[in-house]
Design a protein around this ligand. Structure first.
Ligand code: CP
Length: 314
């Protein structure tokens, strides 16, 4: 077989490692897969993909599993790896990777440690895809997010993007900011309670690149001028003290009344799961794109797997 190589790396660990070319190749492939998915049903013939998830997941895990099956591959998995894999007996990430890479051709890893994927690739002999690492990175989410923005605006530049919610404990915002920072003219707005404001390292990342950003607690003060409103949930499970969560859990609730103040062509995104931060009444508004993100997750993850398979092909 003579598969064409592209310039994707061996693994997918952070958004930072992706360039514009990578992005547009993934978008083009995702479009093709969306329109003609049956044409891709043998791409992973004979390949086994291991799912190693130490944190709960619905979308990332099931969309990756569906993607593998639709590409003709097979999935092996351990339920709740934190509790039921040998990690619970103290096995290190490095040893787990050595072991799993003896059984699988790819490893898809979700882990509660920020640097788990960086550790994983030091010992895995097969490609690793980061499916969410602590409070740090979620690169495949940022690819499906940027694909959704591109579908709606036909560009990833000169946009005003507001991120709302728990910007300190989440990871999707970090990954998406890194991707969108590669495009000119974007302005970022960070809207959060003071105990959940965007991380200093992201602010430094933007300052180092001379990229404009604004921090505010007042969503309504910016609602009329933004193109993308990216809402995130307050991450209860990552709070050290429950009373700190209780204080801010209802600070930002997006209602239809607020949404009606947005530009007509603005869009509302959310990586999901949603708790209360977007009222269900908003779901039927033409600006709501969070369930489109869910669908795009499948096409984009099929495209990622095919791309990594092609560039790791020997
Ligand atoms: N967006 C996201 O990562 O969702 P899951 O936690 O359900 O995978």
């Amino acid at each position: 077989m003579n598969k064409e190589k592209n310039n994707f790396g061996r693994n997918l660990i952070t958004s930072e490692e992706l360039n514009k070319k990578n992005l547009f190749e993934i978008f083009k492939l995702s479009d093709n897969i969306r329109k003609n998915s049956l044409d891709y049903s043998n791409e992973l013939d004979g390949k086994i993909v291991a799912m190693f998830f130490h944190e709960p997941s619905t979308r990332t895990r099931l969309s990756f599993e569906s993607a593998v099956l639709r590409l003709g591959g097979e999935v092996i998995t351990t339920e709740n790896a934190k509790e039921f894999s040998s990690a619970s007996k103290g096995e290190t990430i490095e040893d787990s990777m050595k072991v799993i890479s003896a059984y699988a051709d790819f490893i898809i890893l979700r882990h509660y440690e920020d640097n788990s994927s960086e550790r994983a690739i030091t010992s895995s002999s097969v490609p690793v895809i980061n499916a969410g690492s602590g409070k740090s990175q979620h690169p495949t989410q940022s690819l499906l997010d940027s694909y959704t923005i591109y579908q709606n605006f036909g560009k990833l530049s000169n946009l005003k993007i507001a991120f709302v919610g728990d910007l300190l404990r989440g990871r999707t915002v970090d990954s998406l900011v890194q991707l969108l920072s590669k495009f000119e003219g974007n302005e970022f707005y960070f809207v959060a309670p003071s105990n959940s404001m965007v991380k200093n390292q992201i602010k430094k990342y933007l300052l180092d690149r001379n990229i404009k950003y604004t921090e505010t607690k007042d969503l309504e003060s910016i609602i009329e001028k933004i193109d993308v409103l990216y809402v995130t949930r307050i991450q209860k499970e990552r709070f050290e003290f429950l009373e700190e969560y209780e204080k801010v859990k209802n600070d930002y609730i997006l209602t239809l009344e607020i949404v009606e103040k947005m530009k007509k062509n603005a869009i509302i995104m959310h990586p999901l799961p949603r708790i209360d931060e977007i009222k269900v009444e908003v779901d039927d508004n033409h600006r709501a794109k969070y369930f489109e993100q869910v669908k795009n997750g499948l096409w984009v993850r099929m495209a990622i797997l095919k791309t990594l398979n092609d560039c790791n092909y020997e």
